[in-house]
Design a protein around this ligand. Structure first.
Ligand SMILES: [Zn+2]
Length: 92
């Protein structure tokens, strides 16, 4: 079994938690002190791996956050364009 590294944020002790999500078991590594946690994963070993490679994960998370902003923005744009065309069509 792989050992969990200490929390990269506060140096606190990490613990592995398991959740039952609609019949599936999901794992998450979480810091007992500051609450920093990995994404949930159905593979316990992958969860531990993610925690132990937390530095790289932070960069990944930034990309995900940017996507999370761009996607709704794109959807709002296409909605506005659709609305505009709808109005023009109705006027004719
Ligand atoms: Zn911590």
């Amino acid at each position: 079994m792989r050992a969990l590294q200490e929390c990269p944020s506060c140096g606190g002790r990490a613990e592995i938690l398991d959740f039952d999500v609609s019949g599936d078991k999901l794992w998450q590594v979480s810091c007992g002190k500051c609450g920093l946690a990995t994404e949930m994963d159905d593979e316990r070993a992958i969860c531990i791996q993610h925690w132990n490679r937390r530095d790289g994960e932070e960069k990944l998370r930034t990309k995900v956050t940017i996507l999370g902003v761009l996607v709704p923005l794109g959807m709002a744009m296409s909605f506005l364009v659709g609305l505009l065309f709808g109005l023009l069509g109705g006027g004719l």
